[in-house]
Ligand binder design. Structure first.
Ligand code: ADP
Ligand code: MG
Length: 257
């Protein structure tokens, strides 16, 4: 049984078909990349699945259970977590407190700006373990605003990860960082996700990165799934190359700009 299944999922904005009859199936343990030109509907699809947007019609099913009507919190309980295209960290809190707060929220507890975390050993230990996994241990006492862009992106992913999801959506976790940082961020994410057996769906524009890390690639255009397949299958798909790069030909994916 698929971990996630969307059935004829639809969300329009006026005339814009942001999510247009999407039937997406994700198997447990897969590392899936969601690609497509700007405006293809990738973020909207994640928003609908994670309950930030209401679908007009269609269903979202986790392990056979219809979760279409559940709230954000209930969907987190059902195992869905996501990071944001623009980071969603608390700038005025330390790196450690950001993670501790995420763990508290998962447990349904509240904390006064993280101060409680210092008193709760289980939470503190887990927060430190998460920081270590994401290579942020040395930054635990730094305010999030003082982190580099790459570290902030990793922290945002760490916050979603700290919710202990079965299914983790990462919306452009490497956007706005240098090519060198991009590789490091992806290596970190891949090692955590693979190491913990988390199913991940990642939005990424750099096709070198997509081909390197994905088990499967789903290509969206104009709100719909245009193609899906293994990196080899997608690499050979000229229609996909045209949509993604506006050019045809077999070497479209290796062209550098
Ligand atoms: N809140 C919104 N209101 C109106 N239109 C929106 C809104 N969010 C997204 N859209 C439109 O929906 C389409 C898909 O957007 P989006 O999901 O952000 O695409 P992507 O993440 O693939 O770049 C675009 O045409 C975008 O302009
Ligand atoms: Mg987007």
């Amino acid at each position: 049984m698929a971990l996630l299944q969307t059935v004829d999922l639809k969300r329009y904005f006026g005339e814009t078909r942001a999510v247009d009859n999407v039937n997406l199936s994700i198997e447990e343990g897969e590392f899936v990349s969601l690609v497509g030109p700007n405006g293809a509907g990738k973020t909207s699809l994640i928003n609908v699945i994670s309950a930030r947007l209401t679908p007009e019609s269609g269903k979202i099913i986790i392990k056979g259970e219809d979760i279409t009507r559940l709230s954000v919190t209930q969907r987190v309980r059902a195992g869905i977590a996501r990071s944001f295209q623009l980071v969603n960290v608390f700038d005025d809190l330390t790196t450690f407190d950001n993670v501790a707060l995420a763990i508290f929220s998962r447990e349904g507890k509240t904390a006064h700006l993280g101060t409680l975390a210092h008193l709760d050993h289980a939470v503190a230990n887990e927060a430190d373990a998460v920081l270590k996994q994401f290579g942020l241990a040395a930054k635990r006492g730094d305010n999030a605003r003082d982190l580099s862009q790459g570290e902030r992106k990793l922290l945002d992913v760490a916050l979603a990860y700290a919710l202990k999801p079965k299914l983790l959506f990462l919306d452009e976790p490497t956007s706005g960082v240098s090519t060198r940082d991009k590789g490091q961020i992806m290596d970190t994410i891949a090692s955590v996700v693979r190491g913990e057996g988390i199913t991940a769906v990642i939005v990424e524009h750099d096709m070198d990165v997509v081909f390197k890390y994905s088990d499967r690639i789903v290509v969206m255009a104009q709100g719909a799934i245009l193609a899906q397949g293994t990196p080899d299958e997608i690499r050979k798909n000229e229609q996909v190359a045209m949509v993604l790069l506006g050019s045809s030909g077999p070497d479209a994916f290796t062209r550098k700009d």
